[in-house]
Design a protein around this ligand. Structure first.
Ligand SMILES: Cc1ncc(COP(=O)(O)O)c(C=O)c1O
Length: 369
């Protein structure tokens, strides 16, 4: 059953003050960031996305707006396409690449495949919307629909790749498959690098939404490796809170069920193996939220002229749904400088219109705490 309450846990396993370790650097490094930045900056249409200041909280809130990234609508444009560029540099064009996706990663891989001359097969589980399928198909990718959840579609893509001699370009990593997802994550660090150039004084708090944890680990790793130690909070949908469950246990945990949430691109039940150690070591709080605060955050942003999609606002929704007591636990004051990343625009315009256009009852603070 869906609740109105956000749940916040403190990570007992964090080692936030420890120096950034070689094991962490093997995942996210400044050298990997530099390599990704050099490549991605050359692509047609590259420009840093805006960092906006919001009027939503007593603290100062900065919103990195990924809605216009390469015209693809999300930060994911940086990841899949970059890993694919590296693969083509190694193997040459003409290969067949595939992946599973909730929507945005598949769009990036399909776009990259067209840019770098590969055949592309994208696996979509049964809950991925028609709008998201159409956006992927528009780049010439072949679509295979699979029954079940996102995690099951990851396994289908992997099995088909093995059977057909295709190359998996996945944004999630699992035993025996980490190198390409690490390239994907280095693509994301380009976004983190832009923030550091744009923000001036560094943030005191960073709220990041989590699916499999790749985006969060890329940002956290890049910030920590750059010498910053803000309080990191990961925010997930309550029915797909695999990172929170893993933080509770101190090791990766799977969350079952159908992962049904309006935050469709965060509907993952399994943690990315490569992302996990950075998140375990560096993230102080893990929060899970119901759908309603996310929809309300979309409407609040729309009133400020910012178009942001369901999964893209989860970090902001987490911030706004903290009770007074939890704000104190997290250490938020009027002097805080909070960074949130609006990871997508209206990537499914029909869903965006349904939420922002028709659902107008405001969410009150007392409903959420
Ligand atoms: C818009 C958006 N935000 C955040 C995420 C979360 O990224 P990750 O799965 O790497 O945690 C995704 C993943 O697809 C996404 O599409």
């Amino acid at each position: 059953m869906s609740t109105l309450v956000s749940r916040l846990i403190q990570n007992r396993h964090a080692e936030e003050d420890a120096p950034y370790s070689d094991a962490e650097r093997a995942v996210i490094s400044l050298a990997g960031y530099e390599e990704a930045r050099r490549e991605i900056c050359q692509w047609d249409g590259y420009e840093p996305t805006p960092l906006r200041e919001l009027k939503v909280d007593s603290a100062k809130v900065f919103f990195k707006d990924e809605g216009e990234r390469f015209g693809l609508g999300s930060f994911k444009a940086l990841g899949g396409a970059y890993a694919l560029a590296k693969l083509v540099a190694k193997l040459g064009p003409g290969i067949t690449v595939c992946c599973a996706t909730d929507g945005n990663h598949g769009r990036s891989v399909a776009w990259g495949a067209r840019m770098f001359g590969c055949r592309c097969v994208i696996f979509l589980h049964e809950r991925v919307s028609q709008g998201r399928e159409a956006a992927i198909k528009a780049f010439g990718a072949e679509i295979i629909r699979t029954p079940g959840t996102y995690d099951e579609s990851v396994r289908s893509a992997d099995a088909s790749a093995k059977a057909n001699g295709w190359f998996v370009v996945s944004d999630t990593s699992y035993p025996g498959y980490c190198d390409i997802p690490v390239d994907v994550m280095h693509g994301y660090t380009v976004m983190a690098g832009e923030v550091l150039k744009q923000i001036g004084e560094p943030p005191t708090h960073v709220f990041l939404q989590g699916g499999v944890g790749g985006m969060a680990a890329a940002v956290v790793g890049h910030f920590v490796e750059s010498g910053l130690r803000p309080v990191f909070v990961i925010v997930e949908p309550e029915k797909a809170n695999c990172l929170q469950a893993s933080a509770d246990a101190g090791e990766p945990r799977t969350v079952g069920g159908d992962h049904d949430t309006v935050m469709a691109c965060l509907a993952c039940g399994e943690v990315s193996l490569a992302a996990w150690p950075i998140l375990r070591n560096r993230v102080r709080f893990f929060q899970s939220i119901p759908d309603r605060p996310a929809m309300e955050a979309m409407r609040i942003l729309a009133r400020q002229g910012i178009v942001a999609g369901e999964s893209g606002v989860a970090g902001l929704a987490g911030l706004m749904s903290l009770s007074g007591e939890n704000r104190a636990r997290v250490g938020l004051t009027s002097g805080s400088r909070v960074l949130v990343i609006g990871t997508e625009g209206a990537t499914d315009p029909e869903i965006y219109r349904r939420i922002v256009g028709e659902l107008s009852s405001p969410v009150r603070e007392q409903d959420l705490s």
